[in-house]
Design a protein around this ligand. Sequence first.
Ligand code: IPE
Ligand code: MG
Length: 227
Amino acid sequence: MDGNGRWATAHGLPRFEGHRRGVEAVRRTVRAAAELGIEALTLYSFSSENWTRPAAEIGELMSLLKRFVRSDLRKLHADNVRVRIIGEGHPTDDEVESLFREAETLTRANTGLVLSVAFNYGARNEIARAAQQLARDVAEGRLSPEAITPDLLAARLDTADLPSLDLVIRTSGEQRLSNFLLWQAAYAELVFLPVLWPDFDRSWFESALTEYGRRERRFGGVDNRRR
Ligand code: IPE
Ligand code: MG
């Protein structure tokens, strides 16, 4: 979800207003994903690198996040959405942490859209944490180094219980992953859209899905139709 700041600047507004409008785009996107029958949606809400932003902007993002959970959790639950958090969580803000736990606990048994919120998330950190777990198992004699396979490592990632990643959408025209789901994106399709996140809506979502449908996924093999 990129481009909140540029959206605000383009409208002569403070960055905060871009983030505030970005929350509305989140609402639209979650609704659209559920309506379109998407199984799982993961939103990159705050990266482990975002802590380098000015304290005032971080404070604004945290208060928007808290306000969003407080205002929308009941509705998400009523819509059968299962909320989960990936990443390292907030290191100091207990209020954020307790809202996350409340969201996960309340929606745990829901069977609709799986909505993962990546917060204080960085893919390299996620992979390193998975490696630490495996190393601990080896050190304590529960696992032999030779038994470590990609599947075994994937099972220790934050996304272990999610279906495999099919599509990554980045808004605002930047064409990079910025430490998002690096392992999981090995065979995902990447779609980069010029739209700034606050303007993202169902029709942009559908255009990304249409583009996804046009791609030929081969997973390193050959085109089935030409074989
Ligand atoms: C995305 O918009 C919001 C977050 C990452 C929290 P940006 O704040 O990155 O907006 P730009 O890139 O400055 O336009
Ligand atoms: Mg940005």
